[in-house]
Design a binder for this molecule. Structure first.
Ligand code: F0G
Length: 485
């Protein structure tokens, strides 16, 4: 690993001649090779992009060309829903790719959820990333980052996490048997049990620090820097290369048609940044003829993007956003002791590391940002469960956000809308059981304390005495009530 070597613009020293790393700040634009492991620009500290000289690469003439891969499933690079698009993330030699069969996910037409959102029949689709091996979209990014870690010879890999990044990292370490050791940083009491269970079960060294995700993120960067550990958070630009493929699969699921809207929850803003980059590159390559609009949905208890974008008018401005706007806001949060707080623990983040790249995505995709309450998130989650594949609270923010935008008239009933379901329902059973359960104390402790007042769509379990006649009477009463409604 060459974490401390100098940046270079000398193409001859690069392992891959047509791919390079470049600082996103146009007044810096330092470039260096993809054979280096850096997680911020060594010259100015800004975020890093992966850029390609497309003219020197074999790119597809049409997205339909990718269909040839469908019949070659015994090849791991065609089986993977990430690497079957490898011509669009060509930074790694094929023999270095680390894959566990990620990205074989599903675009589901969900009319019942569509009625809740207010979309016309057939126009609401759910991109179900919970089908990934570790149960969240993170595996799309992790396969790319592990591939890069392998390219640079890293052994110890680390992340801070609200749970899913750490679960994915732990799965990749244990499933690949390539000698990777995983070290994860989590905030105490801040991670849903399904995710913590994964980190522990897969053998990652789990460091629980006093504090929240924002604290853990700061510490992991310091530790990674001091120990030369490879950082797997989404400041790692290779993570985002993998996450671009979620958009390729959405297009694939629509027969290569571009939807009107992509709606995604916003936490650390890696996904939204990656989606924007995917569409910028597809447009540049002439592989799409229009760009979907992007809606990024914050939880109102972790609303940094919404505050900065909608109220303080922070914008991309060709790569030179006014950084004092974010700094002032964070100083205000610190002075008033405000911390992120939402039932959607996956997006309980106030200092999103990819903010700047996300502004670029919003700029390119004519984006909007909204925030939704924990009540709206839990109601949307129950509707997804009843009419779709089920998801964790953070994922349901996308559906709650789509509903809000429909009500506002920003999204029309005739618009084709794809909501990204980022994580599996079983990641956070406590939130689901509190919503549907019959115990008022549990409801109050888990949800009431966060401002959730009711469970309009709850499917309460019914307590019946241990008596067969009583059980049958209850079932018949319920069936009649169900038929009548
Ligand atoms: N949904 C889920 C289920 C997540 O786990 C995350 C992020 C997000 C949405 C937000 O995505 O950061 O790309 O805006 N989870 C990270 C983690 C922070 O540590 O697992 P983003």
């Amino acid at each position: 690993m060459s974490a401390h070597s100098k940046p270079t613009s000398d193409a001859s020293s690069r392992s891959n001649e047509a791919a390079r790393q470049q600082c996103v700040n146009p007044s810096c634009s330092a470039t260096f090779g993809v054979d280096e492991a850096r997680f911020s620009c060594p010259r100015c500290g800004d975020l890093i992009d992966i850029l390609y000289d497309w003219d020197r690469l074999p790119t597809p003439r049409s997205l339909k060309d990718f269909e040839a891969k469908w019949s070659r499933q015994l090849d791991p690079l065609c089986f993977s829903g990430v690497w079957r698009f490898r011509e669009l993330l060509p930074f790694a030699p094929p023999e270095q790719v680390v894959t566990i069969g990620e990205g074989r996910t599903l675009l589901q037409k969900a009319d019942k959820v569509g009625r809740f959102v207010g979309s016309a029949q057939g126009n609401l689709l759910l991109q179900y990333e919970g089908m990934n091996p570790s149960g969240s979209f993170k595996d799309n990014g992790m396969t790319a980052a592990f591939t890069h870690a392998r390219m640079v010879g890293a052994r110890r890999v680390s992340c801070a996490s609200t749970g899913n990044t750490s679960a994915s990292l732990a799965v990749f370490c244990s499933a690949t048997d390539l000698g990777f050791t995983g070290i994860i940083f989590i905030g105490s009491g801040k991670i849903a049990h399904g995710k913590l269970a994964q980190a522990l079960d897969h053998g990652a060294l789990t460091i629980q620090i006093e504090g929240d995700f924002d604290d853990a993120m700061k510490r992991v960067r310091e530790v990674a820097d001091r120990l030369g550990v490879y950082l797997m958070n989404s400041v790692n630009p290779f993570r985002l290369e993998g996450q671009k493929t979620i958009m390729y699969r959405v297009l694939e699921g629509l027969g290569w048609e571009v939807p009107d809207w992509i709606v995604v929850p916003g936490g650390n803003l890696g996904n939204s940044s990656a989606f924007g980059k995917a569409f910028m590159e597809l447009a540049h390559l002439g592989l799409i003829d229009r760009v979907p609009r992007l809606a990024i949905i914050n939880a109102s208890g972790a609303r940094t993007l919404s505050e900065l974008y909608n109220r303080r008018e922070l914008r991309w401005r060709a790569g030179l956003p006014d950084s004092s706007i974010g700094e002032t806001y964070h100083a205000e949060l610190d002075a008033s002791g405000v911390r992120a707080s939402t039932i959607a623990s996956a997006i309980e983040i106030n200092r999103p590391v990819n903010l700047k790249k996300c502004l670029r995505a919003l700029d390119f995709c004519d984006g909007v940002v909204r925030e939704v309450s924990d009540q709206e998130i839990m109601d949307a989650k129950a509707q997804v469960g009843a009419g779709g594949l089920g998801c964790e609270p953070a994922s349901a923010a996308s559906v709650a956000g789509a509903r809000l935008l429909r009500r506002e008239g920003v999204i029309a009933p005739s618009d084709r809308v794809v909501c990204i379901l980022t994580g599996h329902q079983l990641k956070d059973p406590a939130a689901t059981v509190a919503y549907h359960g019959s115990d008022p104390d549990v409801f109050e402790k888990v949800l009431g304390a966060r401002g959730v007042r009711q469970a309009e769509f709850a499917n309460h379990p019914i307590v019946v005495s241990n008596d067969v006649d009583e059980i049958i009477r209850t079932i018949e009463r319920r069936s009649e009530a169900g038929a009548a409604s």
